[in-house]
Design a protein around this ligand. Structure first.
Ligand code: SAH
Ligand code: SF4
Length: 348
């Protein structure tokens, strides 16, 4: 029998798996915090677990992190890791250090089926969803590395953003199980307001189900009207802007979060005019939202170009003058293609 990873296991999973090999509920209770609080990567480190139990665990399960095939470091301290799973598929995950917070950017799928025109990941075909243990493995990977990152001013992992490869809301079962482990105070204990899931706008019931976690929602809007959004993001033909905004309002009322973030990528000559800004402001008026203006991170063969800083500032001023909370988001890790939308791997 092939060994199974325990990196995505919650208490109920452990109990079920353990009893099937003759271990007890008490064993599960002892082992769980070693996995998700102390984050050890070997059963031998579990000093209060009897030797005999450890041997059985080693025979049936594993805690090893996926192989890191490539680790790149940007001049701004951002790091990008290429992780390979046992079937040979690879994903990227990014660590973004900051003075007061460190952020991990997590992938949820190998490739992406959404085909957004400006996104490098969207140019690859969709291969498969990541399992819960594979999503969690990215968190473990960065947590393991924290002690070696001596240059960090703040030595903890505080923020998680599901903004890596893939569309999180097309992998909800695994996403939700990972969120439970990450937010549970008896396990990883991340704060709800430090975890953000970004979606291209899958307006299914699952999005509203996610409100129960009380985490932050980011919506990749990128256009002030359906005609432009249809061009950039094919998903808009299925779930248009009006549907998206309705669900954003409903999410706010159910989740008790302060605001929804609208991500807006400024593409020169496409969606960055004064008129676009005015229409965007009109669209979002009355919604507890915040706009993050994103500069385009270019990649080979992309037909888009980012707008100038002056244009971005003008766009920002219009939104602010109309009472829309807006910031221009700092792009990180651009020199190692670790910024949003640049993640890409060679898929087998
Ligand atoms: N699939 C989800 C989350 C991953 S993408 C989503 O689309 O929301 C994370 C963010 O990066 C999204 O807002 C996405 O639109 C943005 N993005 C994609 N390509 C980009 C690029 N080339 N430059 C800047 N941001 C990009
Ligand atoms: Fe997929 Fe998000 Fe990229 Fe669109 S922007 S292709 S949804 S990863």
């Amino acid at each position: 029998m092939e060994k199974e990873s325990l990196l995505g296991a919650n208490f109920a999973d452990l109990e079920r798996k353990f009893t099937s090999i003759g271990l007890t509920k008490l064993d599960a209770k002892r082992v769980l915090p070693w996995i998700h609080v102390k984050c050890v990567s070997s059963f031998d480190a579990m000093t209060d677990v009897p030797q005999k139990v450890r041997s059985l665990l080693k025979e049936n399960f594993f805690l090893e992190r996926p192989r890191c095939c490539n680790l790149q470091k940007s001049s701004d301290g951002t790091q990008k890791a290429l992780l390979e799973f046992s079937d040979g598929h690879q994903i990227e995950t990014v660590f973004i250090p900051d003075e007061k917070r460190n952020t991990a950017c997590l992938s949820t799928q190998v490739g992406c089926a959404m085909g957004c025109k400006f996104c490098h990941t969207g140019r690859q075909s969709f291969e498969r969803n990541l399992r819960c243990d594979e999503i969690m493995a990215q968190v473990f990977f960065w947590k393991d590395r924290l002690p070696t990152l001596t240059e960090l001013q703040y030595p903890h992992l505080l923020n998680l953003v599901f903004m890596g490869m893939g569309e999180p809301l097309l992998n909800v079962a695994n996403l939700f199980q990972a969120l439970e482990l990450l937010l549970d105070e008896k396990n990883h204990n991340f704060s709800r307001n430090k975890v953000t899931v970004s979606t291209s706008g899958i307006v299914e019931n699952d999005l509203l189900q996610m409100a129960k976690f009380g985490i932050k929602l980011a919506i990749s809007l990128h256009a002030p009207d359906d005609i432009k959004r249809n061009e950039l993001m094919p998903i808009n033909k299925k779930y248009n802007i009006a549907m998206l905004l309705d669900v954003a309002k409903e999410y706010l009322s159910r989740s008790n979060t302060e605001h929804v973030t609208f991500e807006y990528l400024l593409l020169s000559g496409i969606n960055d005019s004064d008129d676009d800004a005015c229409r965007l402001a009109k669209l979002l008026s009355g919604i507890r939202g915040k706009v993050n203006l994103i500069t385009f991170n270019s990649w080979n063969d992309s037909t888009f170009s980012g707008c100038s800083r002056a244009r971005a500032d003008a766009f920002l001023s219009i939104l602010l003058s109309k009472g829309i909370r807006t910031i221009i988001r700092k792009s990180r890790g651009n020199d190692i293609a670790a910024a949003c939308g640049q993640l890409k791997t060679t898929i087998k």
